[in-house]
Design a protein around this ligand. Structure first.
Ligand code: MN
Length: 733
């Protein structure tokens, strides 16, 4: 196509298009791709013009079409983004860059075959890809035109797919069916979606495709003759009512027939193989036409749909009815010309070819809906791979339409349950939902809703969501709301529990609870632990990440040590000298004391703290008691232990507290103690309690064990962690 005819095509709908700019872009891209050939042998530039043409068919703005012409120059020629920006402005340069980025990412759909062995590398590779893809999709949500250009590009590539190797062909076809067709569907661009689906299906399952095409062909003449007859009758009926209308037959696209067959409908029973479409001037005429048909023919009341009063999420509007004629069923769609344009072009039908954004409220709502889905999915999913999975799911899904008791219509993804519907109405209705009446009879919350169901949600004021609901919801929005509720509840529970722990600890320490809780020192401790406020501190304690004993120890006023030691003290000291630590440079600064607050044991990373007049105290590095005054810290290390005088002497041991978080199952405690015993380590004391904090049946086990040093402690902790059902092992002191 020459630049003249492209410009003519655009001028039909946009007389003010910037023809000078279009011409420059055309010549620029032509020059850039000069000498490049496609696999078909055609000049590469022909692909760029075709892409631009598809965009012009959608009546898009000049900048989009310019970017369409140049969409491959960054990728395939030496041109830089900077050059594009200088010549054609940032707007066009951004679009081209966006399309290029999407193209560089290949969603790994083809290699995900069931038989393939998935290696670790594969998995990492997929994860990065999925992450890239996620970012890209979110970025395209900022400028819809990027994805429109990509769709046009993909459509032309699909049309010329024959020239590629079959492996590459399969990959591109699969990617098209799983990613691009669903996006086109969500944006309502039926014209592109149906072509993408048929072309992809043809390449992936040529046999199936041919079979359906042949079946369609077999009785084609018969069907057409019959169709003509009904069309004539309808025209007469409408004429009598004074309605001017275009009436014609339409065919289902092959992939949609394939989908129906897959769902279990035999080919011969697919009712809308014969479909008719009536286009009229205005909305009122739609309903008059419908009335006229119903007067003349019998119809299926349960197949009557009013998408005019209740448009689909992608903006689709139409009246659907199925009439009975000589024992045959004929599906009829009635819509205005404008509605027809929307049905074919989706969001593009709402485009301002001047500003390059959706103009009408309806267009903005389609766009908002697309963005919302991306955001919902993003919020819910923790792994990027899952993100792509749910994106495919959400975009791919059919919709079901259900009614509230008042008759309001709601759209949900197919497979949605009573819970999804409850959350759709209102978050609180979801939280307190206990079931529903579906079409007048009681239904459980997990009931899957069907088209036309009338759903009355039953709630109870004290009802609460359950985690098991997560496996019965289909919408990302409901999933988010349930998760959010649990997060809040977990926080509240942990807060409560943390406060209780602290109160109990203060009681046994004979400290005044009110004074201590109001003491600024407590807030200081929280700050030192990098927590914002006391609430966060209590939650941390309640969750078992911080020990209440430890925190209360830090709160205790320092009790001065007695000035002189009794003879007995000295005697004990000599018998069990305790672990020896010395300063790094061997300077003797007097007494070195191993501190109880963090309980360092041989092998731990330690640091000395020069006290005010009481020698050096030794802490584990990172102990929050000494974080305040880095200038008083001194490097210390453990002294080499002198070899034992007599071999059979028991090694010195040091008590250490650890917290084991594990599943609350029979035998768990036994397994933990056995594991510890294997290291010939003594358990001094322990308390095992089912946790009230974690609802996934977690218990916690507080143990004090005697170890010879950090090395042994580490092996014991590793050993416990190996046990099935153990989630975490933490050293508390
Ligand atoms: Mn291309």
């Amino acid at each position: 196509m020459s630049v003249k005819s492209l410009i003519n095509q655009i001028q039909v709908y946009n007389p003010d298009s910037e023809t000078e700019l279009l011409e420059r872009c055309y010549r620029f891209a032509q020059q850039a791709h000069k000498g490049q050939k496609r696999k078909s042998g055609e000049p590469y530039f022909s692909h760029c013009v075709k892409t631009a043409e598809i965009l012009a068919e959608l009546r898009l703005d000049t900048h989009t079409i310019c970017a369409g012409l140049m969409h491959d120059v960054l990728e395939d020629t030496g041109i830089t983004r900077q050059e594009l920006q200088v010549r054609f402005g940032a707007n066009i340069a951004n679009l081209v860059e966006g399309v290029t980025k999407i193209g560089q990412y290949r969603p790994n759909v083809a290699s995900a075959t069931a038989t393939a062995v998935i290696t670790v590398e594969d998995r990492i590779h997929r994860k990065t890809q999925a992450e890239t893809y996620r970012k890209l999709l979110l970025a395209t949500a900022e400028d819809m035109r990027v994805i429109l250009i990509k769709l046009a590009d993909r459509l032309h590539n699909m049309e010329t797919l024959n020239f590629l190797t079959s492996e590459k062909c399969q990959r591109i076809a699969k990617e098209t069916l799983e990613i691009y067709a669903p996006i086109a569907h969500r944006l309502g661009i039926w014209r592109i979606m149906s072509r993408l689906e048929d072309l992809a299906f043809k390449h992936m399952h040529p046999g199936e495709y041919r079979k359906i095409a042949e079946l369609l062909n077999q009785k084609l003449a018969e069907r057409e003759a019959y169709c003509d007859k009904v069309v004539k009758q309808i025209r007469q009926v409408l004429e009598k009512r004074g309605i001017y209308a275009d009436v014609h037959g339409r065919t289902k696209h092959i992939y949609s027939i394939h989908q129906k067959i897959q769902k279990g409908t035999p080919f011969n029973e697919i009712r809308d193989l014969i479909g008719l479409r009536i286009l009229v001037k205005n909305e009122a005429d739609c309903y008059i036409a419908l009335g006229a048909l119903h007067q003349r023919w019998n119809y299926h009341p349960d197949r009557l749909r009013d998408w005019i009063g209740n448009p689909k999420k992608n903006g689709y509007q139409s009246l659907h009815t199925t009439i009975l004629d000589e024992g045959k069923t004929v599906e009829v769609q009635i819509r205005t010309y404008q509605m027809h344009k929307v049905a074919e072009d989706g969001i593009a039908a709402h485009w301002s070819y001047k500003e390059g954004v959706p103009t009408s409220a309806q267009g903005r709502s389609i766009f908002a809906n697309y963005k919302q889905i991306l955001e919902d999915i993003q919020e819910t999913q923790d792994s990027p791979h899952q993100f792509v999975e749910s994106m495919k799911l959400e975009f791919f899904q059919d919709e079901v339409y259900v009614f509230s008791p008042k008759g309001d219509l709601f759209t949900l993804p197919a497979g949605a349950t009573v819970i999804d519907f409850a959350y759709k109405i209102h978050t609180d209705i979801g939280h307190t939902c206990v079931g529903a009446e579906v079409n007048g009879s009681i239904a459980p919350i997990r009931r899957v809703l069907e088209n036309g169901d009338q759903v009355n949600i039953r709630t109870q004021p004290n009802a609460k969501p359950s985690r098991s609901w997560l496996s019965h919801v289909k919408t990302a929005a409901a999933r988010n709301k349930i998760r959010h509720w649990y997060r809040e509840k977990d926080r509240a529970d942990a807060l409560e529990l943390g406060k209780k722990f602290i109160a109990a600890e203060l009681r046994v320490s004979y400290l005044n609870a009110r004074d201590c809780l109001n003491s600024p020192k407590l807030l200081d401790i929280a700050k030192q632990l990098n927590l914002k406020n006391l609430e966060e501190l209590f939650i941390r304690i309640g969750n078992g990440y911080e020990s209440a004993t430890h925190v209360v120890n830090l709160l205790k006023p320092e009790v001065p040590e007695p000035e002189t030691k009794t003879a007995a003290d000295v005697e004990t000291k000599r018998k069990s000298p305790g672990p020896a630590v010395q300063l790094e440079n061997d300077i003797d600064l007097g007494m070195m004391r191993i501190m109880k607050c963090c309980n360092p044991i041989p092998g731990d990373q330690v640091v000395g703290y020069l006290t005010r007049g009481r020698g050096v105290s030794v802490h584990r590095s990172g102990c929050i008691r000494i974080l305040d005054e880095p200038e008083r810290l001194l490097a210390v290390k453990w002294t080499e232990k002198p070899p034992s005088v007599n071999g059979d002497q028991q090694p010195d041991v040091y008590p250490v507290k650890i917290l084991v978080e594990c599943s609350d199952r029979p035998g768990m405690l036994g397994e933990i103690t056995t594991a510890i015993a294997q290291y010939k380590v003594n358990i001094r004391c322990g308390s095992f309690q089912p946790s009230t904090v974690h609802l996934d049946a977690t218990a916690s086990d507080n143990l004090t064990i005697d170890v010879t040093g950090a090395e042994q402690l580490d092996s014991v902790m590793q050993g416990i962690l190996q046990l099935k059902g153990v989630q975490r092992v933490t050293r508390i002191s």
